[in-house]
Design a protein around this ligand. Structure first.
Ligand SMILES: [Zn+2]
Length: 470
């Protein structure tokens, strides 16, 4: 079995409100329109993506020529945006429309001629980052990307749109799939469809923390048949973890990394699923998660949650964060509760909800670096609650990536209480998070999502615990 994709995937990622804004402007009438997007990027050995951060519609008076078949942006108008791209190290994506194209859309000869003039100039002004052009037809989109310093463009394979669903709008560069689906997955095809199952097999999914929640999450992903799982956890197996680590063996000990368990599980039950095991804390391993399609947060510490929340926003990666808490002080059981939060950039952000904060993260980082530091007292753990929350999280994952039931609503979270037996969908208060919006879609152009070790004196933020319903 050959693991991993050898070819680089070229992608443009944007939030649904940005796509709507683009479509409304570009497809408003019979004449061509133009818009310029600025944004960050993800550059790894398997993915080069431009992340849209800002959309600027080109006003009528900034169009030198405009007709049903040709358009040119005033170089002076463009220069001010290019200057900002240069200052902030951002990619430029120039979009225009072919309103007469219904169904298929393609760049015209005039477009190609214009690109040969414009792109080298753009690369000269803003070097070291990819740039792109896109053309919008009434339904289709076509896009080309110029990797840093390259004169020949690469075909963008998909335009990824994040909202309640994570949709990929295929371009003409999207490879036609005729890969067979393994018979063990046939019962899933009955509700996901053949293309849905194939999409799963192309996804790279991060699981951060493979303990109580992360164990059943990673096991489900392996059974569902995702393409690859990136498991991140710094710890080795302890005997006291083994009441909730699926497929842990007698004889596993601290020398067995927790991340080794899903790796060896996949090798036995589903060899087509590649598991990358990274034994490190997420504040060190986050670079390996940048090209994941979705990330599950399955840790119970505020530092990891902070890093994941920032990573999700800055890299436009949906984060499905989970938590389970068994409250039993001195053996007196008060509650067994859990929650699932599906975080999309700028929506339902965990910082805005008060579930983590920079101050808490810095405190966690300081503790972790202290020699001889012992984390909190052992807390009670109930595997059935982990299984239930992991199951709810995996269902939201399927809703998100397949659009089942319209997708995973961006303004809800899920809360479980064992006392009432209810798993409830609750409304999240919609608050803007200035911290996140400062970094949204910056990707590699932004700062490290890990907190700085020191911070100037600021009032410590309140950190809320997951709230059980009722
Ligand atoms: Zn935020």
């Amino acid at each position: 079995v050959v693991h991993g994709r050898l070819a680089v995937n070229y992608r443009v990622v944007l939030q649904d409100h940005h796509l709507n804004e683009l479509r409304q402007h570009l497809l408003q009438g019979a004449e061509e329109q133009a818009a310029v997007c600025l944004g960050g990027r993800i550059a790894t050995d398997r993915l080069l993506a431009i992340l849209v951060r800002e959309v600027h519609s080109v006003p009528q008076d900034a169009l030198v020529t405009q007709s049903g078949a040709f358009i040119e942006i005033d170089p002076e108008w463009l220069a001010s945006l290019v200057k900002r791209a240069r200052q902030d190290n951002l990619s430029v994506l120039i979009a225009h429309s072919h309103p007469f194209s219904v169904g298929h859309v393609a760049f015209s000869g005039t477009d190609t001629h214009g690109q040969r003039q414009l792109i080298p100039k753009l690369q000269g002004r803003v070097s070291g980052v990819p740039h792109a052009e896109a053309v919008f037809g009434q339904s289709a989109i076509e896009a080309l990307m110029w990797p840093p310093g390259e004169l020949e463009p690469q075909q963008v394979q998909e335009i990824r749109v994040l909202g309640a669903r994570m949709d990929d709008i295929p371009t003409s560069g999207c490879p036609g799939e005729d890969q067979p689906v393994e018979p063990r997955l046939s019962r899933q095809v009955l509700f996901l469809g053949l293309e849905g199952q194939r999409r799963l097999s192309r996804l790279r999914v991060g699981v951060v923390g493979v303990g109580g929640n992360g164990s059943p999450v990673s096991i489900q992903l392996i059974h569902l048949g995702v393409g690859s799982v990136v498991a991140v956890d710094p710890e080795g197996v302890e005997e006291t973890n083994r009441n909730r680590l699926i497929d842990s063996h007698e004889g596993d000990d601290e020398k067995t990394p927790k991340v080794e368990i899903p790796r060896r599980y996949a090798a036995r039950v589903a060899q087509s699923v590649e598991v990358t095991a990274i034994q490190a804390p997420v504040e060190e391993a986050w670079t390996a998660l940048r090209d994941c399609d979705v990330i599950f947060g399955c840790t119970d510490d505020l530092l990891s949650r902070y890093v994941l929340n920032r990573l999700a926003t800055q890299y436009l990666i949906p984060l499905i964060d989970t938590g389970v808490e068994v409250e039993a002080p001195h053996g007196n059981l008060r509650s067994i509760a859990g929650r699932v939060n599906v975080v999309r950039p700028g929506r339902s952000c965990l910082e805005a909800l008060g579930m983590t904060s920079e101050e808490a993260a810095i405190g966690g980082l300081r503790n972790r670096r202290r020699p001889g530091y012992v984390p909190d007292d052992p807390s009670a753990a109930a595997m059935p609650a982990n299984m239930l929350i992991a199951g709810a999280a995996a269902l939201e994952f399927l809703k998100l990536v397949h659009g089942l039931f319209g997708g995973s609503p961006p303004d809800r979270y899920w809360a479980y209480s064992a006392r009432s037996g209810e798993l409830r969908s609750c409304e999240t208060s919609h608050r803007d998070c200035p911290a996140c919006s400062s970094f949204a879609a910056l990707g590699d152009a932004g700062p490290s999502p890990s907190p700085p070790e020191q911070k100037d004196h600021r009032p410590a933020g309140q950190v809320a615990r997951p709230r059980p319903p009722g």
